[in-house]
Design a protein around this ligand. Structure first.
Ligand code: F42
Length: 331
């Protein structure tokens, strides 16, 4: 199976601006468009609908929504509607949600594993047209039924980094979206996905393992790497100690970055990002350098590469380079 290519879009700009980039991504050969979901950005479903109306081939998904903020019955209806509007191109990406964003609106991430597991079951069962009576630990539905059902089967991808969430994705996901860029993180993740799959009587081949990576590409390597520094500073600031230790990131570097970001000093945080950190938390460089890193991920078992922010110093040029040089190299 050739590797599939996806691209992440953050609806932080107007939908008008976003849709031009989505059409460009379809034209240069991407297979999947994933749009992030945070309440503070433009609404993911409106962005996906406009994308559906302006594209023909690319698959379109939430990357990722969460069942703490949005009830799974609502998600089941929204994604089934997107599937209609896009002629069967919808995919659902769902994860526990971003802890700090949800905290801003008073939502605590309690029992994230149970909530995601139950949400996926509720959504799948509603999609079958079943009249659902469901008593879970976190969701209760009584005589719930959709008045329509998807005409094609819709894959569900689970956003996961932690061992238990990765196992769950292996057990019940059609795919898994892993926010990471380095082979070590995928070796770690695939071990747990495999365990989950095996325990559920499935095979890892049943799961599309997607690397949701921070990519920055430019014909000039230093320009690409400089651009990746801000994203990497934020990744380091939000990473648990276990992940920072896995990559041997020095404590002083982490403290400098976190201290600068706490003061709103983004240039200061970016300046503190070392070359080693750039390599641990991004794929950045020339197209050839990026291709060789993606090849390493393929060997480990990654089956979809999702080009995540920042893409490159200039977004439009970067999407073209990814299509013409990187995607073309794997065809
Ligand atoms: N989050 C967003 O809010 N919006 C996005 O657009 C978004 C995109 C995205 C894309 C890819 C991706 O991989 C993640 C993305 N995220 C996005 C983040 C995502 O929503 C999650 O925050 C992120 O994936 C972190 O998830 P995690 O796998 O690390 O899970 C956390 C919550 C965790 O604690 N996991 C533990 C584990 O081991 O996996 C589970 C702990 C556990 O078992 N808990 C028990 C339970 O029932 O849940 C309860 C234990 C107890 O005693 O309470």
């Amino acid at each position: 199976m050739p590797i599939k290519f996806g691209i992440e879009f953050v609806p932080a700009t107007t939908i008008d601006g976003l849709v031009g980039s989505i059409v460009q991504a379809e034209n240069v050969g991407f297979d999947y468009v994933w749009i992030t979901d945070h309440y503070a950005n433009r609404c993911v479903y409106i962005a996906l609908t406009v994308a559906a109306l302006n594209t023909k081939r690319v698959k379109l998904g939430t990357g990722v929504t969460n069942p703490f903020h949005v009830h799974p019955a609502w998600t089941a209806s929204a994604i089934a509607t997107l599937n209609e509007v896009s002629n069967g191109r919808a995919v659902l990406g769902i994860g526990p949600g971003d802890r700090s964003t949800l905290a801003q609106i008073g939502i605590n991430l309690e029992k994230p594993l149970t909530v995601v597991k139950e949400a996926v079951e509720v959504i799948r069962r509603l999609w079958t047209g079943e009249t659902l009576n469901f008593t879970g630990d976190t969701f209760r539905l009584a005589n719930a039924k959709l008045n329509f059902k998807p005409s094609t089967s819709i894959p569900i991808y689970i956003g996961a980094q932690g061992p238990k969430m990765l196992e769950l994705a292996g057990a019940i996901g059609d795919g898994v979206l892993i926010n990471a860029s380095h082979p070590k993180d995928f070796e770690y993740a695939i071990k747990y996905i495999k365990e989950g799959a095996t325990r559920a009587g499935r095979r890892i081949e049943d799961v599309d393992v997607a690397a949701y990576a921070a990519l920055s590409v430019d014909e000039v390597s230093t320009k690409a790497r400089e651009t990746a520094k801000t994203v990497v500073a934020f990744i380091i600031a939000g990473s648990p100690d276990s992940v920072l230790e896995r990559h041997g990131i020095k404590k002083e570097e982490v403290e400098t970055i976190r201290g600068a970001l706490a003061k709103g000093d983004i240039p200061g945080a970016s300046k503190a990002v070392s070359d080693a950190s750039l390599d641990a938390f991004s794929i950045s460089g020339t197209p050839e350098e990026c291709i060789s890193k993606i090849e390493q991920l393929l060997k480990i078992g990654v089956t979809q590469f999702v080009a995540g922010s920042p893409l490159g110093p200039k977004k439009k040029a970067a999407i073209d380079i990814i299509g013409k040089k990187i995607i073309a190299a794997f065809k």
